[in-house]
Design a protein around this ligand. Structure first.
Ligand code: 5GP
Length: 199
């Protein structure tokens, strides 16, 4: 008991930073920039998904790519902190790593959708180490241009992803911070300042 108290006193538990935003808003790029800053002491929580890898995506780096059967088993076994379905595929956050890394004092970064965020906020109510950030594009036109620029999706999927944005934006009030990703450097700096202010 004494050891636990001393440990908690010396080792500050890490933050849990939730970053959401519509498909194509640039979350991945913002995340890569944030990860370069060692002073933020970030650990990126790699999600599990049933979607197929895009060209260049590697198992265990961008995602753990898995089957629907395995995903459902992970849910049943209680291994996920949250999960949601997005445009026909399932995505979820493995629970163990999030907890163990926060215990080590690392600031854990989650890049998850709005429904997954609702689950985490509900489960971790009262946890002052949780930060939630919603990234928005400067305009809907810009978002569409970015998704098309990626040119990895079919027209049908592009339309679905754009429609999903209209549904997602309804959830924006559950976030503590809304950051516009117009200029990448400015956006990253803003998030950096938010994290630093809570460390
Ligand atoms: P994408 O297919 O573009 O990589 O991701 C689609 C959406 O799923 C994005 O909004 C992304 O943030 C979200 N997402 C990725 N990983 C997770 C996760 O573990 N849980 C939830 N709820 N959403 C996720």
């Amino acid at each position: 008991m004494m050891f636990v108290l001393l440990y908690n006193y010396v080792m500050k538990r890490g933050l849990l930073i939730i970053m959401s935003g519509p498909s194509g808003v640039g979350k991945g790029t913002v995340r890569l920039e944030l990860m370069k800053d060692e002073s933020l002491d970030l650990f990126y929580s790699v999600s599990m998904t049933t979607r197929s890898p895009r060209p260049g995506e590697r198992n265990g780096v961008e995602y753990y790519f898995t089957t629907k059967e395995d995903f459902d088993r992970q849910i049943k076994e209680g291994n996920l902190l949250e999960y949601a379905e997005f445009v026909g595929n399932k995505y979820g956050t493995p629970k163990d790593k999030v907890n163990s890394k926060r215990d080590e004092g690392k600031n854990v970064l989650l890049e998850i959708d709005v429904k997954g965020t609702s689950q985490v906020l509900e489960k971790l109510k009262g946890d002052e180490g949780v930060i939630s950030i919603f990234l928005v594009p400067p305009s809907l036109e810009e978002l569409e241009a970015r998704i098309r620029g990626r040119s990895t999706e079919t027209e049908e999927v592009i339309q679905k992803r754009l429609k999903t944005f209209q549904e997602e934006v309804v959830y924006k009030d559950q976030y503590q911070y809304i950051v516009v990703n117009d200029d990448l450097n400015k956006c990253v700096e803003e998030i950096r300042q938010i994290i630093k202010s809570k460390m």
